[in-house]
Design a protein around this ligand. Structure first.
Ligand code: AMP
Ligand code: MN
Ligand code: MN
Ligand code: MN
Length: 276
């Protein structure tokens, strides 16, 4: 049987719209044979996802997408095949979640200064037991009529320099890589082309990432066109990083990204699943 890997996805444990079990079922329905659940800075969705994957006979890879900083820039690192209970990783995730709670409160105060009140309270209600992400803020602002799409709200309210933006001092990249490795996982630089960085910067980051123990870079994401795949593949070749593929699926109502709908990897690259 042909394998279909999707190594980047989100559930309601962070800013995804589907509960972990529903995400697993949707992945299977779209032909995915191995799914990584990689919620932002949390592993709380993994038990439910694993149980459902086992029930339906699909492979579930334990993952998380960690927020990190490198030379003043925010980056995302996907950890694949992690032991979610490893104490070093657990401590790291606690630190990230504390930063997120502080950030949410500061964002709320900043928006309050612009007479946009009570957003955090509504965002918490949306998130339920899960943590509040910027996506929850964006959904509340959208619901209140501040924009017609999440992208619009992000661009006008939540990006650097906008009323709801606050700077966060994420742990440095090497720490995030360490936690993932300590937990037995493979560290992958997520969506390299999504940071708005120049080619020169991306090359430097990939080289540094490989030196600190990073093993892969995402070459194919759910929104990658052919040119994007080629650009990211060039980064992988140059830095000797393995190549990952992941849709970064969040929401069934955003049909332009679908679980398992991914371009093929260029055949000369080492697929990251060979390291798992
Ligand atoms: P956070 O990790 O809380 O800072 O939120 C980052 C998340 O916001 C990303 O993982 C995306 O899911 C979402 N996001 C960021 N920028 C945009 C955008 N322009 N449009 C829609 N969603 C976005
Ligand atoms: Mn997200
Ligand atoms: Mn990301
Ligand atoms: Mn993601």
């Amino acid at each position: 049987m042909d394998h279909c890997y999707d190594l980047h996805s989100h559930s309601t444990a962070s800013d995804g719209r589907l509960a972990p079990a529903a995400l697993v079922r949707r992945a299977a329905a779209h032909g995915v044979t191995a799914l990584a659940l990689t919620d932002h800075d949390t592993v709380t969705g993994l038990p439910e996802a694993s149980a459902e994957a086992e029930r339906i006979g699909m492979r579930l890879i334990s993952g998380a997408e960690l927020s990190a900083a490198w030379e003043g820039r925010s980056l995302h690192v996907v950890g694949l095949g992690i032991d979610p209970e490893h104490p070093r990783l657990r401590d790291g995730l606690e630190r990230l979640q504390a930063l997120r709670r502080e950030r949410a409160e500061r964002m709320d105060r900043r928006l309050g200064q612009k007479r946009i009140h009570g957003v955090l309270e509504e965002a918490r209600a949306l998130a339920g037991d899960a943590m509040v992400t910027r996506t929850h803020f964006a959904r509340v602002l959208m619901r209140r009529g501040y924009g017609s799409s999440l992208d619009h709200v992000f661009r006008h309210f939540l990006r650097r320099g906008k009323p709801g933006y606050v700077k966060t001092e994420w742990p440095v990249l090497a720490e995030a890589v360490d936690w993932i490795r300590a937990a037995g996982g493979v560290a992958v630089l997520a969506h390299p082309l999504a940071y708005g960085l120049t080619r020169t910067w991306l090359r430097r980051i990939c080289t540094a990432f490989a030196e600190m123990g990073g093993r892969g870079v995402e070459v194919v994401t759910g929104t990658s066109g052919a040119n994007a795949v080629e650009s990211a593949a060039a980064l992988a070749r140059r830095s000797g990083l393995a190549a990952s593929v992941g849709s970064d699926f969040h929401d069934p109502e955003m049909p332009w990204v679908e679980l398992g709908r991914l371009r093929p990897l260029p055949p000369d690259l080492v697929p990251v699943w060979q390291l798992l």
